[in-house]
Design a protein around this ligand. Structure first.
Ligand code: UDP
Length: 363
């Protein structure tokens, strides 16, 4: 009989879904016959009440990232997390237990910070012995909410993340430093066509956050001589406006809504301008793209910004005019080639395959 791997995630942003699907592809790469795999959006499945809060992620990060930052820091505290768990328990624990009994997984893998403590309890109360693995998708700095010391294995992306996890009470022997899970399709490098225009990919995570329109207008003012590919994600408003405007710019602009072709579009690009989402950064590094970071969530994504600057794999500016200047300063310089060398050093494009191997050790 096939072994069953159950993934817990939530559609807040795009990163958690991408992490789960990356591991699923990696497991399938090894064997499609041996494993059955299923993803569960835990809030949507278990609690309509909590799902309302999960759905607030998109508008909050779009309109008030500062509020998100305040909430992030406020909750980064053991006592408050305990209280949050007590409040949410009646809404979710019973349902989680039912799900575990119904699905009978051989292993549960969580790629979301907010369900781990309750999952441990639900497994215990179900009376089944199900190994529980957490894959932390914040590569550098991480929130205390991720840490459930009773988990069987916790996978992190960097030594810094490991250090923090230990500091937050996780036994060191349970931690493995592997990398961010990105889909194996991201290490498909395609030969670029010679002589084509310098191509920049712009995106803002699954929700299309960041000041993308302001930056495009700045490119217009500076008479940009390349081309832009813009991924708006689930930001319909941005997509509609840009699609209307696209023909009016003096350079080609291709606009996409939520797309499954991020890897193809990255393969066509020379550089990426993005919010500091961990998924996007890891994918860009796998595709050897230098990065200009223009937005980040306070707290949650600050570590990623520091990482890009410290490893010299890109640049950081929130100011649209400066972003456009950075592009012309960087392209075709030695520095740009240097960045690509640094990217090769820090990127771990095959991490999802190693994570899959780690999961196999538990089933
Ligand atoms: N993504 C996608 N299609 C889109 C926009 C984004 O598949 O149209 C993916 C992207 O490749 C990445 C994830 O969504 O894997 C975004 O994750 P990230 O951690 O960068 O940011 P989040 O959306 O979680 O804030």
């Amino acid at each position: 009989m096939k072994k069953k791997i159950l993934y817990f995630f939530s559609d807040t942003g795009g990163g958690h879904r991408s992490a789960a699907t990356a591991i699923i592809s990696a497991v399938a790469h090894f064997s499609k016959e041996k494993y059955s795999q299923e993803m569960l959006d835990v809030f949507a499945e278990c609690s309509g009440f909590l799902n309302v809060f999960a759905r607030l992620y998109a508008p909050v990060i779009k309109y008030s990232p500062r509020l998100w930052g305040q909430l992030y820091y406020w909750l980064d505290d053991e006592k408050k997390l305990e209280q949050l768990e007590l409040i949410s328990r009646p809404f979710i624990l019973k349902e989680l237990k039912k799900l575990i009994e119904l699905k009978q997984p051989d292993v549960i893998v969580s790629v979301h910070p907010l369900v781990n403590h309750l999952t441990v309890k639900a497994i215990r109360e179900s009376g089944r012995r199900v190994p529980f693995i957490i894959v932390i998708t914040d590569p550098v700095t991480l929130h205390r909410a991720w840490i459930a010391p009773e988990a069987d294995r916790v996978i992190v992306a960097t030594p810094e993340a490991k250090k923090l996890a230990v500091q937050y009470g996780l036994p060191e022997k349970k931690i493995k430093v592997i990398g961010m899970p990105i889909d194996p399709k991201f290490f498909l490098k395609r030969p670029r066509r010679a002589g084509r225009r310098f191509t920049i990919l712009m995106m803002g995570g699954g929700e299309g956050a960041g000041k993308m329109r302001d930056i495009i207008e700045e490119f217009e003012r500076k008479k940009f001589d390349g081309q832009l590919i813009v991924i708006c994600g689930r930001n319909k408003q941005l997509e509609t406006k840009l699609k209307k405007q696209a023909g009016q710019f003096s350079f080609p602009v291709r606009v996409f809504g939520f797309t499954n072709q991020v890897h193809e579009l990255m393969a066509e690009s020379d550089l990426i301008i993005t919010k500091a989402g961990p998924g996007t950064i890891a994918e860009a590094l796998a595709m050897n793209l230098p990065i200009i970071i223009t937005a980040w969530l306070p707290g949650q994504e600050e570590g990623n910004v520091e990482f890009v600057a410290r490893e010299n794999v890109g640049r950081v500016s929130r100011d649209p005019a400066r972003v456009v200047e950075l592009v012309s300063e960087l392209r075709s310089t030695k520095e740009f080639d240097e960045m690509k060398k640094n990217i090769k050093r820090v990127s771990r494009p095959q991490a999802a395959l190693d994570i899959a191997r780690e999961i196999f050790r538990f089933i």
